[in-house]
Design a protein around this ligand. Sequence first.
Ligand code: ZN
Length: 489
Amino acid sequence: MEPLDPEISYRALQTRDPRFDGRLFVGVTSTGIYCRPICPARTPKRENCRFFSGSAAAQAAGFRACLRCRPEIAPELPGWRGTSNTVSRALALIGDGFLDHEDGTVETLAMRVGMGARQLRRLFDQHLGVTPVAVAQSRRLLFAKQLLHDTTLSMTDVALAGGFGSVRRFNHAFRSLYHRAPGELRRATTTASSHLPATAPVVLQIPYQPPYDWDSMLQYLRARTIEGLEVVEDNGYRRSVLHEELTGTITIEHRPDRHSLMATIDFPSVRALQTIVSRIRHQFDVAADVEAITAHLSQDATLAPLIAARPGLRAPGCWDGFELAIRAVLGQQVTVTAARRLGGTLVELWGEPFPYTEDKRLRRTFPTARCLATADLGRLGMPAARRATITALAQAATSQPQLFMPGGSVEERLTRLQTIPGIGAWTAHYIALRAFREPDAFPAGDLGLLRSAKHLIGEQTKTSHLLQRAEAWRPWRAYAAQYLWTAGQ
Ligand SMILES: [Zn+2]
C-alpha cells in the first residue's frame, strides 16, 4: 500500500484542508470512528490517528464511518495516484456493481482485467491495502448509509438498492460495522432534518472535488440535445433513461454551495439506483482528479491560460456507451447541429415510446442496439455507408454485450472497435474518451481540435504535428483536447 505521509496528513487534518477530501481518511483509535479531513469535530490527538487513502481501507481496518462528516459523501477520487491500470479497471468494474451480482466473483473480475484472482488480490493489497471484496462491501454499505440519511426509502428498498439481496443480510453487514441496527441511524438523522423528500423520486447528492466548470458542461450538453430524449435548462439537465427494460428519468442540477451535483432519479426499480448513480458520475466526470490534471497541463504555455480561464473543466462522458457511439457516427463529417437533427429522427423513429411523465418534452428513450441492428435505416437521410456503420455497430453491441463495459487494455479496445466497418481512428478515440472514460484518449484527426490548435499554437495543422505536441500532455490528453475544443467554440 502506498504510504501516506503522516505529517502532511495530520497537517491537512488540523487545517481541515478540503484539497485532501476524498483521498485522505483518518481513523481515530480512541473512538473507532473514521472521518474526512474536513470533519467539524475536534481534531484528534496525533497519536490516536491512523491515515488511509480510501474509505474501504479504513472500514477494513475496523473503523466506522463518522455520522457528522459522513465519509459516504466525500468526493470519490482515485484515492491513490498509482500506476496500476489493472487496479483502475478493476475498481471501475467494482464501481459499476460487478461484484454485487451472484455471478460476480473475484475470479471473473480478474479474468475481465486479464489476470488470475491471486494476482489481482495481491495488486489490491499492494496498492489499496484491501481486498476487492472489501472494496465492494464498503461501497454497498456506504451507499446504503447515504440512502438511510438522505431518503425515506423503506428498509427493504435500502437493502435492495445497496445490493444486499435481503434485509437480513443488510442488517448483519451494517451491525457488524456500525454496532447498531440501520433503523437506529435513520431515527437519529430523521429527527435532525425535518424536510426529507416524501417518496420517489429519490434525490441524491453526488459530490465532486471543486472546482467544477458546470457552465461548460451544460453548454456541451445543450449543443447536442436530442429532441424528445433530453432537455437542458438554466441549471439542469434531464433525460429519459432505459435500463434493463425499465424506463425512468434523471435530472441533474448543480449545487455549488455543497460542491455537489444533485440527482433526482425517478425510476421504478431501487435495485438500479447504484448503477444509475454510477452512470451519472461517468457522464458528468465527477471523479476527475482536477488537481493533478491542472498541475500537469498548466506546464504547457498554450494550455495554461485556457486552464486559468476555465478552472475545473470536465471531460463529458455519456449516459450509455452504445448511445454515444451511435451519436459519434451520426456526427461523422457533419456539423453538431446536423448530427443533432439526425439524432432526433433516430429517436423519433426507433426509440421506445416513453410512458407518461410530468415532462411532456421527454417522449422516447434512445433506441436499443437490438432494435437498430435490424431496423431499415433508409428513412434516416444519411449516406448508405454511414447507415451501414450504424447497423454494424448495433450488431456488434448485440453480439458482444461487453463492448462498452470496462475491461481489457485501451489498445485492445481501440483495436476491437476499429474492426467494425466505418469506425476509424477518430471515432474509436472519441468513443474511448467519452464512453470508456479514458483520460489519455486523443482523437488527433478531429477538425475542431486541429482548428483550435492552429489558432492557439500557430503550428501546422497536420494530425501528426498535433500528436507530437500532445505527447507532453500524457496521461491527460483527453482533458487537453477538452480545453482546446472549449477554447475553439
Ligand atoms: Zn467526522
